[in-house]
Design a protein around this ligand. Structure first.
Ligand code: TXA
Ligand code: MG
Length: 331
């Protein structure tokens, strides 16, 4: 799937005019705005329905552009950038002097990444600036991984939707706070903890190990949630859970994984049968969206076997989708 030079030029012009452009990345689709324009950022927050004090990720065309956005970049942060970019890794760094509060949510740090998707990189080069982009869903909902899902979610609120085909990874980037030692993973994602540790040469913390609170919506307990309720089953127990929901009169969807299976005689909708963590990540948000399209009441998801790696990110997203929802939801 490619976009034409005309479409790219139109998208870059829209960004320059302060409009919003949805574009593909290797993780999920982003809702982009000129990261240097207060007006464009206001529009972005309005469409997204996101509280003003929640920061967004700034997408850059290359490692070299970091110098414009961040200061005091440590040697180890630079090493991660060089090793993983373009790629599904977001680095939280000390913000540079000109960075707008609307981008950082007023914090003294800024989140940066270079996406590994040809259309995204072409757009960044054509625009010749930095693009602030949260995932192209309304606040709290499931991230879109196809251009059709973006259109269904945002409709006319977005000037241009660039179609780069389905996102390759399917879950968001890994976010690493590089302003502290040891480094801390704020959100699990496309780059595994093991991979980070092999580059850094020592252990990294995850937010689960951390006592203090960090303001990152992707870390809210309830997040990435479809309208249908989600129940996660680890290992056995899927049949009991499905039968319980059917007995309560609910329309049930099932995500099968690994060795889990359900009898063909049960009245359920099989949302998918991903084989391995990479396929699970790739298909996850599409399956959750399909559950809503089919007006299901509940999704019973068999969690992938947790062997670290990408399966940790999938389990993290499933648990957030399944978490009880507060009245005011949190991206
Ligand atoms: O894969 C991705 O990262 C996608 C694609 C479009 O690049 N973007 C994405 O953006 O997931 P969003 O806005 O849905 O999630 C960004 C996360 C949020 O949890 C936000 O709080 C966190 O990044 N974040 C942004 N700036 C931060 C900062 N300065 N400190 C800590 N967390 C930050
Ligand atoms: Mg998001």
């Amino acid at each position: 799937m490619t976009v034409t030079p005309d479409e790219l030029a139109r998208a870059a012009a829209a960004l320059r005019a302060g409009a919003l452009v949805a574009f593909p990345t290797e993780t999920v689709y982003g809702l982009g705005a000129d990261a240097s324009s207060p007006d464009a950022l206001r529009r972005l927050y309005a469409v997204k329905g996101r509280p003003a004090d929640h920061p967004v990720i700034v997408h850059l065309p290359s490692v070299e552009a970091v110098a414009k956005w961040a200061v005091d970049v440590s040697e180890v942060a630079l090493r991660l950038a060089v090793a993983c970019w373009p790629g599904p890794l977001t680095l939280v760094l000390r913000r540079g002097p000109g960075v707008l509060d609307a981008v950082t949510g007023g914090q003294d740090t800024v989140a940066l990444r270079v996406p590994d998707q040809p259309v995204a990189l072409q757009l960044l080069r054509e625009f010749d600036g930095a693009i602030a982009a949260p995932s192209a869903n309304r606040f709290g909902r499931v991230s879109p991984t196809t251009a059709e899902d973006v259109r269904a979610e945002l409709g006319d609120d977005v000037a241009v939707v660039l179609d780069g085909g389905p996102s390759r990874v399917g879950v968001e980037s890994t976010i690493v706070d590089c302003t502290r030692a040891p480094l801390r993973v704020l959100r699990l994602g496309g780059i595994t903890r093991e991979h980070l540790e092999s580059i850094v040469g020592e252990g990294v913390e995850t937010i689960a190990d951390a006592a203090d609170d960090v303001r990152a919506p992707g870390t809210l307990a309830s997040h990435y949630a479809p309208r249908a309720r989600v129940r996660v089953v680890h290992g056995t127990g899927v049949i009991t859970t499905v039968e319980e929901e059917l007995a309560a009169g609910n329309r049930v969807g099932v995500i099968l994984a690994d060795n889990g299976s359900v009898s063909r005689s049960l009245q359920v909708s099989i949302l998918g049968e991903p084989c391995g963590a990479a396929e699970y990540a790739h298909d996850l948000y599409r399956m959750l969206r399909a559950a809503d399209e089919q007006h299901l009441d509940v999704v019973v998801a068999i969690a992938p076997f947790d062997d670290g790696g990408l399966s940790s990110a999938v389990i993290d997203r499933l648990e957030r989708a399944a978490a009880p929802r507060p009245a005011v939801d949190g991206t």
